[in-house]
Structures are given as structure tokens and as C-alpha cells.
Design a protein around this ligand. Structure first.
Ligand SMILES: Cc1cc2nc3c(=O)[nH]c(=O)nc-3n(C[C@H](O)[C@H](O)[C@H](O)COP(=O)(O)OP(=O)(O)OC[C@H]3O[C@@H](n4cnc5c(N)ncnc54)[C@H](O)[C@@H]3O)c2cc1C
Length: 424
């Protein structure tokens, strides 16, 4: 996308009757965009979703084949998907409930452990682990049956914000006009940059290496996370059929080395790190997917809606915020954006259009606290566990044990991990 125009008709097709007019356009075809488009259409708003990859059929992995993109889904996400009436349609044979989380410090001492338990928290599970494709496939199916939702497989080239909405010009030469535009166009959001919305960005100088493993020991429905000396973090998330999904955050150089390892070299690596605790816990690990690496960074947009004087645009998902995956919360946070937006639009006063400034400001206000708190927490944890001084090392390990002994803090932590989708 190359240009944004404010209050100008310079780029409009000559024959303005060619422009389709709808209530809302959602730009972006990731999970946040798909969930948002479906939810808006379910509210009765005439919705168009636009993204270059919408025509692609999402391949649902079958049998022993498991997808590469595995996510931890929080109860707030479950609540949204249930609200969209797709939670029960998901193949639950491919979703693993998490009953316990065990987080280990980097000194290898027994007391440096934080244990969060669903049983202690009085909840059936703390999260679910599953494949991105399973959720996307189910969203695609539900969208096909939604007659208020149309999908266009194309890229947005430029937008014009007007007094009554936004005109979007697509690569194929066509144009659409919407009262409200939802930017769900990812971490590099072209809409965000074209609107001139500034961001606070920081590279973590780390990549996450992900891979699925079959383990010889039972994983006990537990998500494990080891902080390693030097700042690496290894998470092993449980999947059905004695599998675990690994997320290893490490330097880009080490990530490149890890991608080259064969099965024997991986076994050797696991036996050496975390004092051998990974192997003690999970047994022998057999690779069950090709490892892949993703660069890690933190991004926060300065605004979650368009320009003050004429917003008309809402940012959701990674277009608004990107965080370190150590807490497995990036997408969950994006889906809470969706829940909040749907909640505000569904309860709007009858005299307000979906693009009413008051509603958009309400959305931005409601999303600021949750976003800031999670970005702050993940960032501080990441930095505390990367610091090399002996004081910080003692502090972080002592902190894990201290939190573990405090039922009050543990409860608050679990409440934050569970999140709360904004439905009443
Ligand atoms: C290693 C790793 C592990 C993670 N684990 C977890 C986890 O366990 N739990 C969790 O909640 N989160 C996790 N995350 C975060 C999660 O991956 C992201 O937050 C999530 O994928 C963002 O979804 P999105 O829909 O906002 O954006 P995206 O999935 O990036 O989608 C953006 C969409 O916009 C489209 N687009 C871009 N430009 C245009 C244009 N000009 N016109 C039209 N369309 C356009 C793209 O084609 C794409 O469809 C993890 C991240 C990483 C890196």
C-alpha cells in the first residue's frame, strides 16, 4: 500500500457509482481479521474482508501430521470463539487442555520454580494448546455460511479517509467504501504506517525456534518453561498423543545453528541444557516437524484508532501490538481487541453509526490498560532473565520461588493468564 489521502477524491475512480458501499471493511486475513470479520457480520453489519491470502484453502493437518504454528489459547479466546459459535466446531481431538504450568529459573535449584495449577485456581484448565490451522479452517467454514460477509482476495493499495468513511483502492483496480475500516494487517501494518501512526519498536535480538516433538514420557498436560543462563528460554507445550511443541527463544546465530541439527545432535543438545531437566521430565524426544525460526520484537502503536479529528479506522491484533512469545499471549491479546470492539458495537446507542468517534474512543480507552500491562510484563520478564549480573540472577530466581509461595500473587497471575474477553 502506498498512499493515504485525507478528505480528497484525487484517487477515486471517475465513476463513483462503481464504488461498493458497505458498513465495515476488515483488512487482513490472519486469525484476528477472520474472527473480527465474522463477528461484525454476525452483528448484522454488511462486512467485506480483504487480504491477499483469503483464497488459499487452509490445509488442516491430519493424523500424525501436526502444523508448525502452534498456539496457547487462553480462556478469553475460548470465550470469544464460543461467542462466534465456532468453539464446538473445532476438532477438539487436536487441542490439548493445559492443567499445570511449571516455570524454572536458571540456577537449577529446586526452590527456583513457579507452579501454577488449574486445580488450585479452581478452573478446569489454564489454557489450550492447538494448531493455528485448525482455528483458521473453522473460521473459514463459518464465514462461508455468513451472508453478511464477503471476502475479497486482494491487497489494499491505498486508502482515503473522508467525512463519512474510508475508500479503499485494491490492487485489482476496484474500490470499496466503508463507514469503518478495521486494520488487522499484521505487525508491519501498511494501514498503520500510511496513516502516520507512530510505533514504539524494539528488536529483542532473538529468534524463536519452533518444532514439534514426540516424547517418551507423559507430559502430564503440563506446559514447561525453562529460563537458561544467558537469556535463552525454552518452552515445551503439551499436545495430544504424547507430543510437545517447542518454542526456544535464542540469539539469531544460535537459532541458525539449531535449524541445522539432526536428531542425534538435538538429543545431545537437550541432554546438556537446563542441567538435563528437559530430558528428565519428558524423556527421549523425537522430532515430528521441520523446525522453523521467527525473529522476535516488541511493537506498540501510539494510537489504536485513526487520527484524532476523524478516526474511522481501528487497529487490532499485531497491527496494534506485538510482544515476546514467552507468555504465549500475542494472539490472545489481539482476540481480546476483537471481543472489546464487538461488545462496544453491539451495545451502541441506536443513533450512533459504527464509525462514531465516541465508540472508537471507547474502544481505544478500553484496550490501553490490558495491552500496556501485558507488553510491560513480558518485556520486563524477558529483560530480567537476560540480565547477567549476579544480583539480577539472584533476584529473578528468588522471585520465582517467592511468587510460588504466595497464593495471593499466584491467583493474580492466573487471572491475568486466563484473561477476560469483554462480553457481558
Ligand atoms: C514463535 C511465536 C510463538 C507465538 N505463540 C503464541 C501463543 O502461543 N499464543 C498467542 O496468543 N500468540 C502467540 N504468538 C503471537 C501470534 O503469532 C500473533 O500475535 C498473531 O499471529 C497475530 O495475528 P494477526 O491476525 O493480528 O496478524 P497476522 O496473522 O500477521 O495477519 C496479518 C494479515 O494481514 C494481511 N495483510 C498485510 N498487508 C495487507 C494489505 N496491504 N492488504 C490486505 N491485507 C494485508 C496479511 O496477508 C495477513 O493475512 C506467537 C508468535 C511467535 C512469533
Amino acid at each position: 500500500m502506498s498512499e493515504v489521502h485525507q478528505n480528497t477524491s484525487a484517487k477515486l475512480p471517475k465513476n463513483t457509482s462503481q464504488i461498493r458501499r458497505v458498513d465495515v471493511v476488515v483488512v487482513g486475513g490472519g486469525i484476528a481479521g477472520k474472527a473480527c470479520a465474522l463477528g461484525l457480520a454476525q452483528l448484522g453489519l454488511q462486512t467485506i474482508q480483504i487480504a491477499p491470502d483469503l483464497e488459499q484453502t487452509i490445509a488442516v493437518p491430519q493424523g500424525d501430521q501436526w502444523g508448525q504454528r502452534i498456539y496457547a489459547f487462553s480462556p478469553s479466546t475460548q470465550k470469544l470463539l464460543a461467542h462466534l459459535q465456532i468453539w464446538d466446531a473445532i476438532d477438539h481431538g487436536r487441542m490439548q487442555p493445559v492443567r499445570d504450568m511449571r516455570i524454572f529459573g536458571d540456577r537449577g535449584e529446586k526452590q527456583d520454580e513457579l507452579h501454577l495449577s488449574a486445580f488450585e485456581a479452581g478452573t478446569p484448565q489454564l489454557a489450550w494448546i492447538g494448531e493455528s490451522n485448525v482455528i483458521e479452517h473453522t473460521l473459514d467454514q463459518a464465514s462461508r455460511f455468513q451472508n453478511k460477509l464477503e471476502r475479497i482476495s486482494d491487497a489494499v493499495e491505498n486508502i482515503q479517509v473522508d467525512w463519512d468513511g474510508v475508500s479503499l483502492h485494491l490492487k485489482n483496480g476496484s474500490a470499496v467504501h466503508a463507514q469503518l475500516v478495521i486494520a488487522a494487517d499484521g505487525a508491519n501494518s501498511p494501514i498503520r504506517s500510511e496513516l502516520g501512526i507512530s510505533t514504539k519498536e524494539e528488536s529483542y535480538s532473538q529468534s524463536a525456534v519452533v518444532a514439534n516433538w514426540i516424547c517418551s514420557n507423559a507430559h502430564l498436560e503440563t506446559a514447561y518453561q525453562w529460563f537458561l543462563p544467558g537469556g535463552d528460554i525454552v518452552a515445551m507445550l503439551p499436545l495430544p498423543n504424547k507430543q510437545v511443541s517447542m518454542v526456544w527463544s535464542t540469539s539469531p546465530e544460535n537459532a541458525a545453528e539449531l535449524l541445522k541439527l539432526d536428531q542425534a545432535a538435538w538429543a545431545d543438545t537437550f541432554s546438556r541444557i537446563a542441567g538435563g531437566a528437559i530430558v528428565t521430565q519428558l524423556g527421549e524426544l523425537r522430532l515430528n516437524s521441520a523446525p522453523a525460526a521467527f525473529p522476535l520484537r516488541r511493537i506498540r502503536a501510539s494510537r489504536f484508532i485513526g487520527p484524532e479529528e476523524n478516526p474511522k479506522i481501528v487497529l487490532i491484533g499485531d497491527a496494534a501490538h506485538v510482544m515476546h512469545p514467552l507468555a504465549g499471549q500475542g494472539l490472545n491479546l489481539g482476540l481480546r481487541d476483537v471481543a472489546t470492539l464487538l461488545n462496544i458495537l453491539s451495545k451502541r446507542e441506536s443513533f450512533r453509526l459504527p464509525n462514531d468517534k465516541v465508540l472508537l474512543r471507547r474502544y481505544e480507552r478500553q484496550r490501553q490498560g490490558d495491552t500496556s500491562a501485558l507488553l510491560w510484563l513480558t518485556d520486563k520478564l524477558k529483560k530480567l532473565f537476560s540480565a547477567s549480573s549476579s544480583t539480577e540472577r539472584q533476584l529473578r530466581n528468588w522471585g520465582l520461588g517467592m511468587v510460588n509461595r504466595s497464593h495471593f500473587i499466584k491467583r493474580r497471575l492466573i487471572e491475568r493468564a486466563l484473561g477476560d474477553a469483554d462480553f457481558e
